[in-house]
Design a protein. Structure first.
Lengths: 209, 293
């Protein structure tokens, strides 16, 4: 999942130069979009600058949909100096490709939001590494539960069970160890040294594990 | 000289540590090494951007020490380099005649003075050891053959005997031994009884262990480590000892006494000592003398 955050107000103000058309994407189920903050900021921009249109749609990342949705605004878009897009990074790229002769700017920064739809965000996450380690680790993911994504065990940085990076975060490998201990399966950790394959998940290969 | 040869000979192996400066002038470091370490320790660790603070490189400093007749231990962390850069630096070390490696995962980038840096961790301490072993067999990690003779190192690793999760540490230690670790240096020990208990379990792996010593400089440092440094806990009685006579502590005498006492107590249970002086290199000779080494 993704979170889109508004860029700093002064950064956005320097982008919105000349006649500006704003495109908001209220997105899809994968994205958290700050609707109220965006509306407030755009109201300020309109009061101060030359915002000629505010368009709010969804799924602008789909090129056909985008083309269809923008049809009736094309006159204003063609007359604009700047198109400012409030969406995830994919949405901005799609608009920039579609309006290839326009200055298209992003009003948001896009950040990953751990977790998947239907799962409480922040609780469980999948790194989509393409070589699932969960069978070695008691069902706790070392890629996402360990700050360093270590696959061969705990580093020396845990103190009182907490991670060196974030004292509020439990050490993922300590969780893994305790879970296997509870299952009486500590032998599971006696695996051959693991070396991650970063060509996965995009390489077409079978994981023997 | 490889550390493994010394262990095989039955020597109580003594090593110290130097931290390269944040700059490229190492006259001071070399002077201290000459003055206080040369002839007194078997080898000198050179830290690799310790605590994720950007400094002069470990490899270059190792070379400079070697040129001065010291025996360097090249510390390598996995934080800043992917497997291509690590392997390349290992070959460079072989070219320079460096014979000892210490393989670590490394602190996270966010702990250091360039917290915006990309944390690499392509490998970790275990897979790094495994990779060195592969290079020693004449091929790189991907299985491509090396030209000419394969390099050969004495491969070291670290472990935290006084960690609050020592069982998890022992599991990792076992993984490191399996991956090729031939000797261990430990995190700082202030509780000999915990270390001795740890050694009872660790001896099953049949790999020599060097007791880790960080000279306690004052009570503030001890408290700081208790609150912030993983795997270290300084007992209250020791903190009181450091507080008792402030002048004596300031002069380093208390720290020397404590360090020597810990070494004496633990010596029968381990195969060497590694002293992390952190700027107090000048105290190393006194510690060794008081510990009877």
């Amino acid at each position: 999942m993704l979170i889109t955050q508004l860029k700093q107000k002064d950064a956005i103000e320097t982008l919105a130069k000349g006649k500006t058309v704003i495109i908001n994407c209220h997105g899809c189920k994968e994205v958290y979009f700050p609707e109220e903050e965006a509306a407030e900021l755009q109201k300020e921009l309109s009061a101060r600058g030359d915002v000629t249109e505010i368009i709010t749609r969804d799924y602008i990342c789909n090129p056909d949909n985008l083309c269809f949705q923008l049809q009736k605004f094309m006159d204003k878009i063609n007359a604009a100096d700047t198109v400012l897009v409030f969406s995830c990074g994919v949405g901005v790229q799609t608009v920039a490709a579609f309006l290839e002769n326009k200055r298209v700017f992003a009003g948001c920064d896009t950040c990953p939001l751990p977790g998947f739809q239907g799962v409480t965000p922040l609780e469980f996450d999948c790194g989509q590494c393409g070589e699932c380690y969960l069978n070695y680790t008691g069902g706790i993911c070392p890629i996402t539960a360990c700050s360093k994504s270590l696959v061969n065990g705990q580093c020396g940085g845990s103190k009182n069970g907490k991670c060196e990076v974030d004292k509020n975060m439990e050490c993922g490998w300590e969780r893994i160890y305790r879970k296997l201990e509870k299952l009486n399966k500590l032998d599971t950790l006696k695996f051959q040294t693991k070396v991650r394959d970063y060509a996965k998940p995009f390489k077409d290969s079978q994981n023997a594990d | 000289m490889k550390l493994t040869e010394l262990f095989q000979r039955g020597e109580f192996v003594v090593t110290a540590e130097v931290g390269p400066p944040k700059g490229f002038h190492i006259d001071h470091l070399l002077h201290e090494a000459d003055e206080y370490l040369k002839g007194r320790v078997h080898a000198v660790n050179v830290t690799d951007n310790q605590s994720s603070v950007m400094r002069l490189g470990s490899l270059a400093t190792c070379k400079a020490l070697k040129d001065r007749g010291l025996n360097p231990i090249f510390q390598m962390t996995c934080r800043d380099r992917n497997r291509i850069a690590l392997q390349s630096d290992i070959l460079s070390a072989a070219l320079f005649g460096i014979e000892n490696l210490l393989c670590l995962t490394g602190d996270h980038t966010t702990l250091g003075d360039n917290p915006q840096a990309k944390p690499v961790f392509d490998l970790d301490s275990v897979s790094l050891l495994h990779m060195v072993k592969k290079l020693e067999s004449g091929e790189d990690l991907a299985g491509n053959p090396l030209e000419g003779d394969a390099p050969k190192f004495s491969k070291g690793a670290v472990v935290s005997p006084c960690s609050d999760s020592v069982d998890v540490q022992l599991a990792k230690m076992e993984a490191k031994v399996k991956a090729g670790a031939e000797y261990f240096q430990t995190q700082a020990v202030y509780e000999p009884e915990k270390f001795i208990k740890f050694m009872e379990k660790a001896k099953q792996f049949g790999v020599p262990v060097q007791l880790g010593i960080v000279i306690p400089k004052n009570a503030g440092m001890a408290k700081y480590m208790n609150a912030n440094v993983a795997g270290i806990s300084v007992p209250d009685s020791m903190i009181e000892e450091l507080q008792k006579d402030k002048e004596k502590t300031k002069a380093g005498i208390t720290g020397i006494e404590i360090s020597a006492r810990i070494i004496k107590e633990c010596r029968p249970y381990c195969q060497g000592v590694h002293i992390m002086a952190m700027g107090w290199e000048s105290k190393v000779p006194d510690i060794l003398a008081q510990a009877g080494i």
